[in-house]
Write a new protein. Sequence first.
Lengths: 340, 278
Amino acid sequence: MKKTSTMMKSRKKSIWVFGDYRNYYQNRVTLQLIARAVALAKTINAEVCALIFGYKIDEWIMEYTAHGADRILAIDDPALKSYSTERYLAIIETLTKQRDPDIILIGATDFGREFAPRLAKRLKTGLSADCVGLDITEEGLLLQIAPSFGGNMLAEIVTERHRPQMATVRPGTFKEIPHDYERKAIVEKLPLMKGLPKPRVKLVEYERSVEKEHTIENASVIVCGGRGMGNREKFKKLQELARLLGGDVGATRPVVYAGWAEHGALVGQAGKHIKPKILFSFGISGAIQHTAGLGEANFIVAVNKNPQATMLKMADVAIVGDASDVLNNLIKELKKRIRE
Amino acid sequence: MLKLVVCIKQIPRVTELPWDETSGTLRRDLAPGMMNPACKHALEAALQVKEHYKAKITVITMGPPAAEEVLREALAMGADEAILICDRLLSGSDTFATSMVLKEAITKKCPKFDLILCGAYTADSETAQVGPQLAEELDLPAAAYVEKLEIDGKTLRVRRLVDNFRETLEMEFPALVTVSMENYKPRYASLAGLGKAFDINNFTVLNAEDLGLTASSIKTKGSRTKVRKVFLRKAQKGNVLLQGAASVVINEFLDKYQRKIGTVIGKSIEENKHDDEK
């Protein structure tokens, strides 16, 4: 079907960023996306438009303006007091029909990853998930770089014929533009559309979770051990290295099952997804159940006696040798070298 | 009787797979498969519902002929019937196409369902998109990352933790949930179940034509995204290989990386010559 309005053609291209303002001070993904959108917009001569739906949202309008948005589309209404997939779907569907954005970017928060697929389906367009890179191809398409297999592989994805082009993007992928409260944006405060469907999903109860997460998810150094450590006593030595480096100990599933480590230390698909700046991996072969949790490890040092181990292939520094032997030497040498 | 549909996926059991250079897709046929762990948790959730209510569980997957294995496993665990959607025309489907095909199969084979359960995400492609997109296809109320579900007549109540909010949601049947791996630890298939797994009367194979799909309709209603290139991330890695006596290797390692480690842990690390001379 052809687009009917000729006016739309003359309209400037637009990159939309969904304003995911919940947990604003911890979750900066919307600001990071605005920053990336500003860079992409230059190459395709587009404007960056932030969407904000909620109740009493002036603070977010100010923040997104200060962080680089050219335009804000805002709906401020008590009906939007809490996040609602169904309401947001109907709103963006209507706005998209009116304004025909070229690209819609959504942060890969839990909400974003639940909401974006439905939105893409409703708009009958493509979506790539949890991207770790965005660019513009030579033909002017949005190049979406998405991880796969626990981050061991990356795929370059494009949506060739359908619009808007959509992606969810992993928090922390891009750097936000520092705020400048002198910046100006065109702020359009829109009324809540009439005839929006009544949400069928009822939020009965919600509270900010007070559960304290195991620190392993936030640790900057993690020492992981697998069966290749040999036995429980040798595995315990990992604790000593972790202590020296101010880090945490992680474990693979066989090791947790063998009772060498607590379940809270389980790293991988069924356990924790970690993002340390340095990961030490001792005696781990690298089964996907484990490596699925390592996608965000920044620098990996792996020790394994099998030179063909997947873990060694994934590592920045691969050490071929007996895990326990190398560990003992590392502890000994670090004790000599570390200055408090 | 409650009618439950569980969508499952077979994923490769290995970390690194060869891929087809020309199409940019993975050669899934070259690796042994397993049931995606989150899908198994979804099946377990359905099985637990069945322990409390009269219910019938249909498991459904789209995949190569070998995907039959995960359906047999699901039957052995306690599902009642299985549907395999298998057609070369459907290979390489993205989530947009996959959810469209699943909708066609569900509408044709179990139109009177009460609840669809999917795994929250798969370990291979990790898009977490098929569940929500299937909900949109079927115009259903839905919730993702569900940890616990309770049924009260026609009402479904679910609990979940999303973006640091603990939520309780309610919706009416028919509905769709994607199940996380926090709860619902999957059971093992029982010996009694194994017999049922190979009963031919509860196993259906469907191709595109059975679903009213043709090459041209798949093109129109099918994939929106195109994978241009797949590459190993390790290309960006340091790729330093050290081997030899542990003490030598460790010295070599620390000489090269002690500054990096020191920066991360906020301490100074350097070789103490005096100690060596003593």
